[in-house]
Ligand binder design. Structure first.
Ligand SMILES: Cc1cc2nc3c(=O)[nH]c(=O)nc-3n(C[C@H](O)[C@H](O)[C@H](O)COP(=O)(O)O)c2cc1C
Length: 361
């Protein structure tokens, strides 16, 4: 049997295989509420056989949404529609996961297919907050307000409340979004964080927001369910965060109760010219992090070949593979991967409603 189809236990959660659907914003919500689109989009990927399905970056507060159409979990009323989704994912054999996020200075933007740029104030844009009053650049020119210590405490409380709602909705896997140039990453990276107080400057100070927020969420998220984080482990450019620093940060997060890191990269600046794009290009870095930070690891980015995914898991470079765009192309990727890898369990990946008919082909 292919290693990709081995179960994976983390805390009390057992994933049926090593294949995860990476969080993907759908820009299809109204005031944060998920709807039938999310139900079908996420539900299809559970039916398609993934072991873990992680709901898109879901904002902990309204101003933390990337766009007005982002999903959110900042109201108690958000719990019920998320519960419908989490229940269906679980019923169809996938662990229901959700990513909690605050977009920081990248918030208040148009949907990608409507420009991906900051929305003008007179067209529904809102004031953004970040560690420092420095704009992202590129399409996102709005200068955020530098957060006060009170703002920091408010956002941390919002993460705690969001985690409690995620639990109430039936999610069993929580991922904090510490990546991709959003708020937590903005604190971590010297490229975005120019503060001179206890939240900026030294490594210790730049990781304070991340460690404090993580620790606060750990207190309300049950020990039986994985608490994970997505981290941009490198900014790729001079003066940004490095893999070495990230290994140290992950050791500390692990001591604070981090169960797994979803290794990601970049996006603290619009300049992506240094990123070594290519199939599975983050696998070597994930492997190093898994070894040196001694923590279970998920890896994504341009993984679409089943053999590459299989090798990453079999050779212990990562515990899970996170697939995003390939899962959009093919929600049945786990089934097709099993066929390609010659796995005898392939047909059993399909739901019972489909399996017999497909086998009879
Ligand atoms: C439509 C879309 C939406 C995304 N939204 C998120 C998100 O909500 N949170 C996140 O961490 N990454 C997000 N990403 C990044 C993916 O999770 C993934 O890391 C990236 O696409 C690379 O993986 P891939 O090569 O398999 O697509 C998104 C990517 C796409 C294509």
């Amino acid at each position: 049997m292919a290693s990709l189809f081995n179960e994976f236990r983390l805390k009390d959660v057992v994933l049926r295989n090593r294949i995860a659907v990476s969080p993907m914003c759908q820009y299809s919500s109204d005031n944060g509420f998920p709807n039938d689109w999310h139900f079908v989009h996420l539900g299809s990927r559970a039916v398609g056989g993934a072991g873990l399905v992680v709901v898109e970056a879901t904002a902990v507060s309204p101003e933390g949404r990337i766009s007005p159409a982002d999903s959110g979990i900042y109201l108690d009323d958000h719990v019920q529609p998320f519960a419908k989704i989490a229940g269906f994912l679980k019923q169809h054999g996938a662990c229901p996961g959700i990513q909690l996020a605050h977009a920081g200075r990248k918030a208040s933007a148009n949907k990608p297919w409507e420009g991906d740029n900051h929305i003008d104030s007179d067209k529904g844009g809102w004031d953004t907050i970040a560690p420092s009053a420095v704009a992202f650049g590129g399409n996102l020119t709005k200068v955020p307000r530098a957060m006060s210590v009170e703002d920091i405490a408010r956002i941390q409380k919002a993460f705690i409340a969001a985690a409690k709602r995620a639990l109430a909705a039936g999610f069993e896997w929580l991922e904090l979004h510490l990546a991709h140039g959003y708020l937590a990453h903005e604190f971590y990276s010297p490229l975005a964080n120019h503060r001179t107080d206890q939240y900026g400057g030294s490594f210790e100070n730049r990781i304070r927001f991340l460690l404090e927020t993580f620790t606060a969420v750990r207190k309300v998220w049950p020990e039986r369910f994985p608490l994970t984080a997505r981290l941009s482990v490198t900014d790729w450019i001079e003066g940004g965060v490095t893999v070495e620093e990230s290994i140290e940060l992950l050791r500390r997060l692990k001591s604070a109760g981090l169960d797994l890191v979803d290794v990601s990269q970049g996006f603290i600046t619009p300049d992506i010219s240094q990123v070594p794009w290519g199939p599975g290009f983050m696998i070597p870095t994930a492997s190093r992090i898994r070894r040196e930070a001694e923590i279970p690891t998920a890896v994504g980015w341009m993984i679409s070949d089943p053999q590459q995914a299989e090798d990453a898991v079999r050779d212990q470079h990562a515990d899970l593979v996170m697939l995003a765009r390939e899962m959009l192309r093919d929600p049945y990727w786990p089934y097709h991967a099993a066929l390609k890898l010659g796995d005898e369990k392939a047909a059993s990946i399909l739901p019972v409603q489909y399996a017999r008919a497909v086998k009879a082909r």
